[in-house]
Design a binder for this molecule. Structure first.
Ligand code: SIN
Length: 498
């Protein structure tokens, strides 16, 4: 039943956007050894597409194509690059329904949320179309007589982008768009769970007029992805690596990039604290937590992983939260009113189960959810859960659960909760709710994270720099800061001028 519905979802996608081969040098091509891998419906594990499975050979062909295209693309006037990005943006927006169907089919998020992701991803393309026009250098006050000194910005070169499954469109768009705006060419490998959306995006870029070789996509299975990535890591022509994914993989990539000293941006794991102070507007705090936590069923790096609530408002907050969480509908992406789709795979469901069992064994109280639901539709649906009595020793306090689980910790004072919030190797996002202006000014700078939501649960935006500190990585995506990651600085000094 679900398999049929998933195919129904895919049948909304025009044939021109249902692609299953690599995009290299402007051509769609299978792997030389004809290998393919299955893309599955996350709810059931049923195959929904067979996609070409790349190897080191296709990775190198893609790097060849990107290197060949680089001189022409970097010499293309910024105004023309911006025009092509605007055309790509228009094509993405025009195909919102088809792209949302692809996202839902391969990733599982509800269709309305998938359409929101299309708009979100497209916003980065529009933003960087504009930023392309604002790449500027500097004239310096010359140090010596008869000298002229200035600074120019150049594209860093060929960029390798490795992207995750949780936002199949937005994450790749926000890496490719600044790269193209800067004048870089791109080789990209989408996550093995969700290559279909990335391939469709490449087709839309080609339809928009992007020259061949400027954007190349190599798909690969979990087993063969390392060979693709290793080929790019070893290739001195690839000058930049941008990755979103786990901290463990990010550390490996940073080490492996060292041999060719690539410029590296890493958007890695998080363990976001969400603090509700005694002076918070509880209704707003619950609404903010619901928005931040349950986006993509809790499968985001920025979603709150630890919720700290002041002792004096704890019970009132938890009761409001329980009510809101029990009102969430879980089910297949294409059913109306569904708010939480399936988890991405069996490993994800297993980890959620382990975190819940560990917390309960250590004394937490499960007040709602946590069990599998909709089992007739597939084994990967989990009812959103709220736990109270969470403590720092529990696994869910130390690791990203990456699922719809809200552990609530009780706290008594500001200094204690700031210490607890920062007591993690991660530093991506933090959130807090308070109506006290002095507290807001005091607390925000003490939070050791790249992003802070203050009385706000939805912080991601193309206008803002997205990224972390500590073991959540480095580099920024979006905003004017996001372009710098794709540029290098050249200082010029001219003498003998008088
Ligand atoms: C992520 O989960 O990595 C990104 C989420 C976002 O862009 O908000």
């Amino acid at each position: 039943m679900t398999e049929l519905r998933s195919q129904d979802c895919l049948s909304r996608v025009p044939a021109a956007l249902r692609l299953d081969t690599h995009c290299i040098g402007g051509r769609w091509q299978p792997s030389a050894d004809a290998a393919r891998f299955a893309v599955t419906d996350p709810a059931t594990g049923a195959t929904i597409a067979d996609v070409a499975d790349g190897s080191a050979l296709e990775a190198t062909q893609a790097a060849d194509a990107a290197s060949t295209a680089l001189p022409g693309w970097r010499a293309t006037p910024a105004r023309e690059r911006a025009r092509l990005l605007r055309r790509w943006h228009a094509a993405i927006v025009e195909h919102t329904e088809a792209l949302a169907a692809l996202i839902s089919a391969e990733q599982g998020k509800p269709l309305a949320e998938a359409a929101g992701e299309v708009a979100y991803g497209a916003s980065y393309v529009a933003w960087f179309a504009e930023e392309a026009l604002r790449i500027q250098g500097d004239i310096l006050a010359a140090a010596g007589t008869g000298q002229r000194m200035w600074v120019q910005k150049h594209p860093v070169g060929v960029v390798a982008a490795i992207t995750p499954w949780n936002f199949p469109l937005a994450m790749i768009a926000r890496k490719i768009a600044p790269a193209l705006a800067a004048g870089c060419t791109v080789v990209a490998k989408p996550a093995e769970d969700t290559p279909l959306t990335a391939l469709a995006l490449a087709e839309l870029a080609a339809q928009a007029g992007l020259p061949p070789g400027v954007l190349n996509i190599v798909a690969a299975s979990r087993e063969r992805a390392p060979a693709v990535v290793d080929a790019w890591l070893a290739d001195g022509r690839v000058r930049k690596l941008t990755f979103t994914g786990s901290t463990a993989v990010g550390k490996h990539l940073a080490r492996a990039s060292a041999d060719t000293l690539k410029k590296v941006s890493l958007e890695l794991g998080g363990n976001a604290p969400f603090i509700v102070f005694e002076d918070a507007d509880l209704e707003a705090a619950v609404a903010g937590l619901m928005a931040a936590k349950f986006r993509n069923g809790g499968q985001t790096c920025v979603c709150p992983n630890r919720v700290y609530v002041h002792d004096s408002v704890h019970d009132a907050f938890v009761e409001r939260l329980r009510e809101a969480v029990t009102g969430l509908t879980v089910g297949p992406a294409w059913e109306p009113d569904v708010r939480i789709g399936p988890m991405i795979n069996a490993r994800a469901v297993e980890k959620i189960g382990q975190h819940l069992a560990d917390a309960v064994a250590q004394g937490a109280r499960l007040i709602t959810g946590g069990m599998r639901v909709r089992e007739a539709d597939g084994p990967h649906y989990v009812a959103p859960a709220v736990l109270t009595g969470a403590t720092p020793a529990m696994r869910l306090a130390c690791e990203e659960t990456f699922g719809p689980v809200v552990p609530v910790f009780r706290f008594h004072d500001e200094a204690e909760v700031i210490r607890a919030a920062n007591d993690t190797p991660y530093g991506l996002a933090a959130y807090f709710y308070s109506r006290d202006a002095r507290r807001i000014a005091r607390v925000a700078p003490q939070l050791d994270t790249g992003m802070v939501g203050i009385n706000e649960g939805a912080i991601a935006s193309e206008v803002a720099p997205f990224g972390g500190v500590k073991e959540s990585g480095y580099g920024r995506e979006g905003s004017r800061y996001g372009l710098d990651d794709y540029l290098q600085t050249q200082y010029l000094c001219e003498g003998q001028l008088g």
